[in-house]
Write a protein that binds this ligand. Structure first.
Ligand SMILES: Nc1ncnc2c1ncn2[C@@H]1O[C@H](COP(=O)(O)OP(=O)(O)OP(=O)(O)O)[C@@H](O)[C@H]1O
Length: 242
């Protein structure tokens, strides 16, 4: 058995049950049950404002919520945000949020500094996956193109060796050739390293290309889910067309 398969067998599952979330008096997520299959690329889709980003934020502990979010044996809602990353959950927020004044290398090393073992092995894999970051390692993060910044944001999340990588619209506003590269990289991380991926994505062709399974939020409720080949035009018309 190769390492990737072994990792898939042992990857913890993300299981959400009865999740409710409010911003002040507004009820945003309604009794959401959602599973991400370990070893899969799972795509969370839905029209604008349906609660996708909010759901990712509840997993990361960035907004309060009630219900249950289990990652393996751990109930995430009982843990503060900083303890969740230590469990092996990487997060690439919408808008990337890299450090523009720091170099590419410094952006990545900040992550290394937080790693207890200070192992640089992850960096070798990162530079193999994103050769452009190796070439530009002395360049200021803020001087990279949007697509390169997105690659840096993904790379920075990988420094922690996550078993689950969560990405919020990684292809938003990015030119098509880099979108294709990001898709290839996510597939590689999934197939070769056994990384489980939960991705918020608006672009259906990209979702159909990279994802194994889909989950749809409509007005804060989980309304449809299945394998990606079960995402029919009827479901798209009912929940995703504007
Ligand atoms: N900080 C906040 N305070 C109050 N309401 C908020 C806040 N953040 C989001 N909302 C509201 O919560 C709802 C869900 O927003 P969310 O960003 O989770 O949706 P989304 O599906 O990710 O949309 P998009 O695709 O536009 O990013 C929206 O009605 C939004 O206006």
């Amino acid at each position: 058995m190769n390492d990737a398969v072994q990792k898939i067998d042992t990857a913890p599952s993300l299981t959400i049950r009865g999740l409710d979330q409010y911003y002040g008096g507004s009820h945003i997520l309604w009794d959401v049950d959602l599973d991400v299959t370990p070893g899969a690329i799972s795509c969370l889709i839905g029209r604008n404002g349906m609660g996708k980003t909010t759901l990712l934020k509840t997993v990361m502990g960035l907004v309060p919520a009630t219900g249950e979010i289990r990652f393996g044996d751990t109930d995430l809602l009982k843990l503060p945000a900083d303890k969740r990353a230590g469990l092996g959950i990487g997060y690439v927020p919408q808008g990337r949020e890299i450090f523009g004044q720091l170099s590419v290398a410094e952006n990545l090393e900040l992550g290394l500094y937080v790693r207890r073992d200070r192992s640089r092995a992850a960096l070798d894999r990162i530079f193999e996956l994103f050769p452009v970051l190796k070439d530009m390692r002395s360049r200021r993060g803020g001087d990279l193109s949007g697509g390169q910044q997105q690659q840096l944001a993904i790379a920075r999340a990988l420094v922690f060796d996550p078993t689950l990588l969560i990405l919020d619209e990684p292809c938003e506003g990015i030119q098509p050739n880099i979108v294709a590269q990001i898709g290839d990289t996510l597939e590689k991380l999934n197939r070769e390293d056994g990384l489980t991926v939960l991705l918020v994505e608006q672009k259906l062709p990209f979702a159909r290309r990279v994802a194994d399974e889909f989950r749809i939020l409509d007005n804060g409720r989980l309304v449809a889910q299945g394998n990606i080949d079960e995402l029919t035009n009827e479901i798209v018309n009912r929940h995703l067309s504007v």
